[in-house]
Design a protein around this ligand. Structure first.
Ligand code: SF4
Ligand code: MG
Length: 318
């Protein structure tokens, strides 16, 4: 069952008088109930903007976001938006900057509960905060402390507890582990997986590389300069990456055992992401693509299903 359908979503930002930054430029994908869709690409590719536009933090330029069968981008009353926002929560990369340093953990998480269950009495709220802390691997002793007293991983747990306080169905996690040590990353990914099963959650999990995403995602979408370039089941994407950009992202992951060299050729990513205000013509990846041909500068490659449920936009597969 589709929980979310993103259709031709665009988010453009005006820069000065004449220039337009096309951060998200015609992106379409679905998210099924209970799954995790990974959204991967280097910084500046538009992933966070896509997440924030879906979550109404930004107004979309055009396109549709259909949530449970209803287009949530069409004009809504403040009350309707508030209701929707309870169902969709965000978790951010830097939990510290999103946690008010003057509030205790109890106050931070209670705020979410008040939004959801305004009728609860103070003691009931406190009990609920304690339950949420246990759920994310903390305990009630942590409730009266302040954010600066916690490690990065613990702060991310607090951020997750706050998101869960409103009993959401769908969580957009915007690089929730990018700022953490590798050992802590695995713990947070495992926690998110447990909570998903427990609460029947659906995730959009945003990441800038492919190293951890496989462990949490059912399917993965790869984004480059405002466009999706590939989408497939996780296993399939790792076993048979088709787009040169995906191949490059995979080559960049350290191989645990160098003896097992990958059978495919390594594509090494050189240079930076071009200026999104003036993206390259045709295929936006062509300035960094070792396989680029003449047509790549002229014609934008179409999004096509080249294998069952495996989509790619690249002229190599015409
Ligand atoms: Fe490379 Fe051309 Fe494919 Fe773009 S369309 S990824 S430039 S081969
Ligand atoms: Mg980002």
């Amino acid at each position: 069952v589709k929980l979310l359908e993103v259709k031709s979503l665009k988010k453009h930002f005006g820069i000065g008088k004449r220039q337009v930054l096309k951060a998200v430029d015609d992106v379409s994908f679905d998210i099924y109930k209970g799954e995790t869709l990974g959204l991967v690409g280097e910084s500046g590719c538009g992933k966070s903007t896509a997440g924030r536009t879906i979550n109404h933090l930004y107004d979309a330029t055009s396109g549709q976001v259909i949530y449970n069968g209803e287009d949530i981008l069409v004009k809504k009353s403040a009350r309707e938006i508030k209701e929707l926002k309870k169902k969709m929560q965000m978790i951010f990369q830097d939990p510290y900057s999103s946690l008010d340093p003057r509030m205790t953990v109890l106050e931070i998480i209670s705020e979410g509960i008040s939004n959801h269950d305004s009728h609860l009495k103070k003691e009931e709220k406190r009990a609920k905060v304690h339950d949420l802390l246990e759920l994310v691997g903390l305990n009630k002793k942590h409730a009266n402390r302040y954010p600066h007293e916690f490690s990065g991983g613990q702060r991310q747990r607090i951020g997750i507890a706050r998101a869960l306080a409103v009993e959401p169905e769908f969580i957009i996690a915007d690089e929730p582990i990018a700022a953490l040590d590798v050992s802590i990353q695995a713990q947070i990914v495992n926690l998110l997986k447990e909570l998903q099963v427990d609460k029947g959650l659906t995730y959009l999990f945003i990441a800038h590389d492919l190293s951890m995403v496989k462990h949490i995602s059912d399917r993965i979408a790869v984004m480059y300069l405002g466009n999706l370039v590939e989408l497939a089941d996780s296993e399939e994407l790792y076993d048979d990456p088709l787009h040169p950009y995906t191949q490059a992202l995979l080559s960049a992951i350290p191989v645990p055992n160098p003896e097992i060299e990958r059978s495919r050729e390594r594509v090494i990513l050189t240079g930076d992401v071009p200026d999104p205000v003036n993206p390259p013509s045709g295929c936006r990846f062509r300035t960094r693509c070792p396989m680029a041909k003449a047509i790549c500068a002229e014609v934008k490659p179409e999004w096509q299903e080249v294998k069952p449920n495996h989509f790619v936009a690249c002229h190599l597969y015409n």
